[in-house]
Design a protein around this ligand. Sequence first.
Ligand SMILES: Nc1ncnc2c1ncn2[C@@H]1O[C@H](COP(=O)(O)OP(=O)(O)OP(=O)(O)O)[C@@H](O)[C@H]1O
Ligand SMILES: [Mg+2]
Length: 236
Amino acid sequence: MLRVENIHTYYGPSYILHGISLNVQEKEVVSLLGRNGAGKTTTIRSIMGLTPPREGRIIFHEIEIAGRPPHEIFRRGIKLVPQGKQILPALTVEENLKLAMLKTEVEGSEKKELEKVYEKFPILKERRKQPGGHLSGGERQMLAIARVLIGKTGLILLDEPTEGLAPLIVKEIKKTIEEIKGEGVALLLAEQNVKMALEVADRHYIIDKGTVKFEGTTQQLRDNQGILETYLGVTA
Ligand SMILES: Nc1ncnc2c1ncn2[C@@H]1O[C@H](COP(=O)(O)OP(=O)(O)OP(=O)(O)O)[C@@H](O)[C@H]1O
Ligand SMILES: [Mg+2]
């Protein structure tokens, strides 16, 4: 459903992505692994149209989207959960969710849509009247994910959802990702947590200094400990 072909992305004069290619198939969870500064966020920003590539193609459902504005890419069904658990801290949990509904077409009534979200995230129901700023890190991440599940979603770009979270909360996030996958939504997951990526993703890309160093299935990655050590400094 998504094909990224040989993209080259810059921040001003800084040349960051040196020809990244990757693809995500329907209903697939794909991980994008790499150390700090490898280019994970830049890849995700390129796809979302926030930092468009200067060269290369990005095809979503057979339509070229590279260079299109983020709001159009969003409307076509690609949703971003940015790095850093970004929500609106001064608004309540429910207001954060209602705001997400403003930006997208929801099928049923607002109330029905909220019920669906609360069913999936009971903790958000409990906290619905509290300001986003009062939530724990894990709850914030849940809210950030819940926001992108509202309305039509074909592909979710999830940028380091487990960064800085305790192992128990990481498990919850993992469960959420599995549920989203079960609903047939595809996911591109930027991660440094290799264990988590190996557990939830079907396929993996390892990037380093803006180029792809490895591409393969979970089994192929597990069988290639050298790659994990070289580019991520871990074994699994
Ligand atoms: N706004 C910017 N202007 C200039 N350089 C930037 C900017 N944002 C990121 N970079 C640089 O681009 C490179 C890739 O950064 P990027 O944020 O894509 O890495 P990352 O893989 O997401 O890392 P992390 O795991 O730390 O989030 C880094 O060298 C970073 O310093
Ligand atoms: Mg990043």
